[in-house]
Ligand binder design. Structure first.
Ligand SMILES: Nc1ncnc2c1ncn2[C@@H]1O[C@H](COP(=O)(O)OP(=O)(O)O)[C@@H](O)[C@H]1O
Ligand SMILES: [Mg+2]
Length: 308
């Protein structure tokens, strides 16, 4: 449904998106994750036909964003990261304006607006001024706007940013609803756990490059094979770190909160040998725990690699 091929976007000397390739199937909820400045907005704006790529191509439902932008605009609903403030505009007027822009026939517009207001739980706010809505409601209204022309693909740029926990949950429920309706959802965030639960696939972007992408559980499993061990000692911790680092299955070791955290790259079966080895070298081990990495750790691990 979304295909990005060797996409590059340069702003003068800065390469914001660097040879990015990515495919998203129909019905996927794809989480596009990366720190600020990674190139998420740039990529999404190219998909929304608002920005021309320097090189490469992108297709929405096999339609080229550079060759047939008008057609693509009918296929996508784009929610920008920044919601413009409109004075003196009521919620329904805001939607009516965009429905007209999308050429929804006047006779159908009222019905469509009622439908999207209901879907986003804003029926009670149809006559409220946009400016008076809470941040969460504004976000939902913006989402309602993207649904007016019943697009197949939703491009949502950090929709949850700045929302309180309750508004986040409401947004997530709404997105789940849209997914059930068969929409393909491309959603960005700089916070991985925020998307992990909702998305079936994620991609992590850093400095314009895709560091890793795939099904959420596969990515988590991939990183988890590099297990972390937490070792408690009652002998000198720094000495213990030095001993650990000498072991061939240890990639990194450091003292964190009084414990030694070891990144263990060997198999699980090699852990006892490792333990024996450090005991024999005088490390007084009081505890050893395997710590499972959660998705936040995955994100840190994967991105740390590129920065350093
Ligand atoms: N219009 C622009 N002109 C010049 N540089 C830009 C412009 N837009 C974005 N950038 C730069 O491109 C990089 C990627 O930005 P962006 O796509 O907004 O990242 P993200 O959405 O992941 O935070 C950043 O270094 C940013 O400063
Ligand atoms: Mg952005």
């Amino acid at each position: 449904m979304v295909r990005i091929e060797n996409l590059t976007k340069e702003y003068r000397k800065l390469r914001a998106v660097d040879d990015l390739s990515l495919t998203i199937e129909e019905g996927d909820a794809f989480g596009f994750i990366g720190p600020n400045g990674a190139g998420k907005t740039t990529t999404i704006r190219v998909l929304a036909t608002l920005l021309a790529p320097t090189s490469g191509e992108a297709y929405i439902d096999s339609v080229s964003v550079t060759k047939e932008p008008a057609k693509v605009r009918n296929l996508v609903g784009y929610m920008p990261d920044f919601f413009g403030v409109y004075d003196d505009v009521k919620a329904w007027e805001y939607l009516d304006f965009f429905a007209a822009a999308h050429r929804v026939p006047a006779a159908r517009r009222k019905r469509v607006i009622e439908d999207v207001l209901e879907l986003t739980d804003l029926t009670g706010k149809r006559d409220a001024f946009v400016d008076d809505l809470s941040r969460g409601m504004k976000q939902r209204l913006c989402l309602a706007k993207t649904l007016l022309h019943d697009p197949k693909v939703l491009l949502l740029d950090e929709p949850a940013s700045g929302l309180d926990p309750r508004a986040r949950i409401e947004l997530r429920e709404l997105l789940k609803e849209l997914r059930k309706m068969g929409k393909t959802i491309f959603i960005s965030s700089h916070i991985l756990p925020e998307l992990a639960e909702f998305c079936n696939r994620i991609g992590i972007l850093e400095q314009g490059k895709l560091v890793v992408s795939g099904p959420v559980h596969e990515i988590a499993a991939k990183v988890r094979t590099r297990n972390a061990l937490e070792i408690g000692v009652c002998s000198d911790a720094q000495e213990a770190v030095q001993v650990c680092l000498k072991h061939p299955s240890v990639r990194t070791a450091e003292v964190t909160d009084g414990r030694i955290v070891v990144e263990f790259i060997g198999e699980k079966e090699q852990v006892p040998d490792f333990l024996l080895a450090i005991l024999q070298q005088g490390v007084k081990v009081t505890s050893l725990v395997e710590s499972e990495m959660d998705l936040e750790d995955v994100f840190l691990q994967v991105t740390k690699g590129v920065v350093s």
